[in-house]
Design a binder for this molecule. Structure first.
Ligand code: F6R
Length: 594
């Protein structure tokens, strides 16, 4: 959460930083700010206004200066106001820093710095960073040494960019929070994430943990931390050339990223089926030897893990269990020798997932990660990485990465039990079904449904087996994107409590496949008898459906097409209710704090 970005080059920094912020907005958007250096002077601007307004104001100022930093915030310490917005500065205002992460010893550092005479103006842990550097300078250290001391002082996670008004350079450091450097022609774009600079360069340098770097007009240098003589050495790591498609970052003609990403799913799925990720075969070797398999993920990625529990490894007789990342610590002691963890994460930066993986590794487990970011922290920790290859997912709500996760689990299943030969076939059916569900006619039908549901106080969702997973994921989308109270139930659990909530006109969405139709029909009649309005998603309409969305069965892959109408529905309801579908309230795409 939070996006940091910087620029050092030949061009005016402010417009470049503002564009980068826009592309990082998915990481949090409570407040934003920037600083531009110019001839020893500092222009610092911070705001709680929406980024677009902030941008207009700053552009009208025509700030001179070719070095600067910017930040978009998702509040962890201190409310979202202009004082807590980054960049934060030292007492004398010459040292400025932007930070993503959480400093666990922030309070302690703040107390020590206050005793040393420093004045704080915000409630954030991040503000300790420029003061720490200032304190080291007061004690006679050089700027390089002061910055390189930070890893010894900071406990917790951080991606830090820092500038000094009198130094034509940007300092960069990371631990357990992402930070990369885009490299152009004599210009540098340090940032939390690649999309920040992708339209400007496709060359990227990855930064390793606790490696203090300084970027100046001559290049990127590593600051020697342990040599008494101090000094710098050129970073000898060559930039990696990305094969990302720059246009995939644009919204094209779509009003929102979310819609674009929903509609991309037929092609993301097709790409995975046609060119399955190479590491699948290697994963088979690891999984076949596993004593047990834990699927770990958070949020939507956890729902993919639940799907895996149903669909993956069954044919091969494997012992598979889904665990929510933040709860893994309570199960970790049950990990048997020889266990393999499959960690699912779109971003590869979710702190809870990284934490769970670290604890599993501490107990000797091998780790396979399934992620959309092959250079992420999670990927770097893993024994094997299976790329999702969904392309950048910039709307906060996960859509195409979810269906890709389900597809990768089925492809992996096919590797483990090739005699079944059903998974790939079912994935093709899923692709065809998605094409139908995203047609203009189908979307118009879903928009109608959206008008019915947008005015309801709550929505219930039901399914059995893997379709319960769809109900859970659909409820999450309705909550976060549409802002509706939505609750998922196991179809068979209805009589054990949930029926008490059903009142006249209560909407219940039911997911099922051909095999489950009869039981769903019975459950639907029981609901209708108590006044419910039944909405159905399946191949055939139930006799009792109030409104039906046809989603053709795709064997084991049926949950892939069945989630599409609910993604679209959440999107449409968000618009009807005046919510921004790309930026749900209080959320951030990559949750890099525990
Ligand atoms: C829901 C959503 C979140 C993420 C969760 C895990 O739409 O986007 O619930 O699924 O934060 O993120 P990753 O997959 O990046 O680990």
């Amino acid at each position: 959460m939070c996006g940091v970005t910087g620029y050092l080059g030949q061009r005016a920094a402010a417009p470049i930083l503002l564009d980068s912020l826009k592309r990082l907005e998915y990481r949090g958007y409570d407040s934003c700010g920037l600083v531009v250096l110019n001839d020893g002077g500092v222009a610092l601007r911070r705001s709680v206004e929406p980024l677009d307004r902030f941008r207009t104001v700053i552009l009208s100022e025509n700030l001179p200066g070719t070095v600067g930093l910017a930040h978009t915030r998702w509040a962890t310490h201190g409310v979202a106001d202009a004082l807590n917005a980054h960049p934060h500065s030292s007492c004398d205002g010459t040292i400025l820093a932007v930070h993503n992460g959480v400093l666990e010893n922030g309070d302690e550092l703040r107390a020590t710095l206050i005793r040393q005479g420093h004045r704080f103006t915000s409630d954030t842990d991040s503000e300790t960073i420029p003061h720490l550097v200032e304190q080291s300078l007061r004690e006679g250290q050089t700027m390089d040494a002061a910055f390189a001391a930070l890893p010894r002082r900071l406990v917790g996670s951080y991606a830090v960019l820092l500038v000094h008004a009198k130094t034509d350079a940007i300092y960069a450091l990371r631990r357990d929070s992402p930070l990369v450097i885009g490299v152009g022609d004599n210009e540098y774009f340090p940032a939390s994430d690649i999309p920040s600079f992708l339209p400007l360069t496709s060359r990227v340098v990855y930064i390793t943990q606790d490696e203090p770097l300084v970027i100046d007009r001559t290049g990127i240098h590593r600051i020697r931390q342990h040599s008494p003589a101090g000094g710098r050495e050129p970073l000898d790591r060559l930039p990696v050339i990305l094969d990302q498609n720059v246009t995939s970052l644009s919204k094209d003609s779509f009003e929102h990223y979310m819609l674009k990403e929903i509609l991309e799913q037929a092609s993301t799925l097709e790409r995975l089926i046609e060119v399955p990720p190479e590491p699948l075969a290697k994963a088979r070797a690891l999984l076949q030897k596993a004593s047990s398999i834990k699927l770990i993920g958070a949020g939507t990625s956890y729902h993919a893990c639940l799907f895996g529990e149903h669909a993956f490894g069954v044919g091969a007789g494997l012992d598979v269990e889904a665990c929510v990342s933040s709860e893994f610590e309570f199960r970790a002691s049950l990990l048997r020798p020889g266990a393999v963890v499959v960690a699912l994460s779109q971003s590869g930066e979710t702190a809870d997932t990284i934490h769970a993986v670290r604890s599993a590794q501490g107990r000797g487990a091998k780790v396979i990660s399934v992620t959309n970011s092959e250079m992420s922290t999670l990927a770097q920790m893993s024994d094997l990485v299976i790329p999702l290859r969904s392309g950048p997912e910039l709307a906060v709500a996960a859509t195409k990465s979810y269906t890709s996760q389900l597809a990768v689990l089925l492809l992996l299943d096919q590797e483990l039990a090739p005699w079944a030969v059903t998974d790939v076939r079912s994935l093709w059916k899923a692709r065809d079904s998605i094409l139908n569900l995203t047609s203009t006619a189908a979307r118009a039908h879903i928009a109608e449904l959206a008008h019915e549901l947008a005015v309801r106080p709550e929505v219930f969702l039901m399914g059995r087996g893997p379709h319960y997973v769809t109900a859970l994921e659909a409820a999450l989308k309705l909550k976060e994107v549409a802002g509706l109270r939505a609750e998922a139930f196991h179809g068979g659990e209805m009589k054990h409590g949930p029926l008490a909530l059903i009142e006249e006109g209560a909407p219940v969405v039911m997911f099922y496949d051909r095999a489950g139709m009869t039981r769903t029909e019975i459950a639907a009649s029981e609901l209708i008898a108590r006044g419910a309005l039944v909405f159905t998603v399946g191949e055939q309409r139930l006799r009792s459906s109030h409104l039906h969305v046809r989603a053709d069965d795709a064997g084991k892959a049926t949950p892939i097409p069945q989630i599409i109408p609910l993604q679209l529905l959440s999107y449409e309801i968000a618009k009807i209710r005046g919510r921004d579908p790309d930026h749900p309230r209080n959320l951030a795409k990559s949750v890099t704090v525990i």
